[in-house]
Write a protein that binds this ligand. Structure first.
Ligand code: ZN
Length: 263
């Protein structure tokens, strides 16, 4: 746990609402956001305030989703927006608890609509991909639409403060009328009005797990000519992680040694 020992740990608590059959997942995202900002500073990732707010909400939505799911699920969400034309990518898993993501602003495909695509993998299960069209570019409402269309159940997000976010999702035999009618004020006092039982506390950190070696397969897809050009005369190029945007200096010599070993 050497490099992770400095990571700020985000705790997500989940509760079961008795009699309503709903699952509450709640966290204060400040620790995750601190390390996300450090990561951006380390790698010179410049996002506009709007992109930043959208990515932070996507990170929060994914974390609360993962905390509400089986522990061995891995998840990646790609959201393609028309206005502004950006792609967001967030990914994470619970074992170990890691979350990362990034914004793409270049070469964003015009899909003619806002598209939310979810990929879920779980050991011993076939990978699942789900693609739905969503309205608007408010991230948490988009996640609610994804639940409605793809999971075909109700999930709602509420903000206690900017960084203290709650997701309540329906479970079998949920009192959906109650869940649909909940207001932010109701959620603030939910522990006084309802019987909540604590299920789990899960911990997550900001971490992608990428290294320059893990990005070599991306370089390996380039043609010899493109590689030659990218490495240039000084035989070093910058490669960017597609999952978190981290920038690495890849040296031609090391890459070729890796390629020789891999083939
Ligand atoms: Zn990465």
């Amino acid at each position: 746990m050497s490099e992770d020992s400095n990571a700020s740990v985000l705790e997500v608590r989940t509760y079961f609402v008795r009699g309503r059959n709903a699952l509450v997942a709640r966290a204060d995202f400040e620790p995750l956001y601190i390390d996300y900002y450090l990561h951006r500073a380390d790698h010179g990732l410049q996002y506009t305030n709007e992109q930043d707010a959208m990515l932070k909400d996507a990170l929060a939505g994914l974390t609360l989703h993962l905390a509400s799911r089986p522990q061995d699920e891995n998840c990646g969400w790609t959201m393609n927006f028309q206005k502004p034309a950006i792609n967001l990518f967030v990914t994470g898993n619970t074992r170990p608890g890691q979350i990362a993501g990034r914004v793409f602003t270049e070469d964003v495909r015009d899909m003619g609509a806002n598209i939310f695509s979810a990929q879920t993998t779980r050991i011993g299960h076939t990978a699942q991909q789900s693609l739905v069209q969503v309205e608007g570019n408010q991230i948490l409402p988009c996640v609610e639409q994804y639940y409605q269309q793809s999971e075909q159940r109700l999930a709602r997000f509420f903000r206690n403060t900017e960084e203290d976010i709650v997701m309540i999702s329906s479970q079998p035999d949920c009192d959906e009328a109650w869940l649909a009618a909940l207001t932010e004020e109701d959620v603030r006092t939910i522990d006084q009005k309802e019987t909540l039982s604590l299920l789990e506390t899960r911990r997550y950190i900001w971490k992608c797990g990428c290294t320059v070696e893990r990005l070599y397969p991306i370089l390996a897809k380039l043609s010899p000519e493109a590689l030659k050009e990218a490495f240039g005369d000084d035989e070093v190029m910058t490669v960017q992680c597609p999952r978190c945007g981290a920038r690495y200096r890849a040296a031609k010599e090391q890459f070729e040694a890796w390629q020789a070993k891999a083939s």
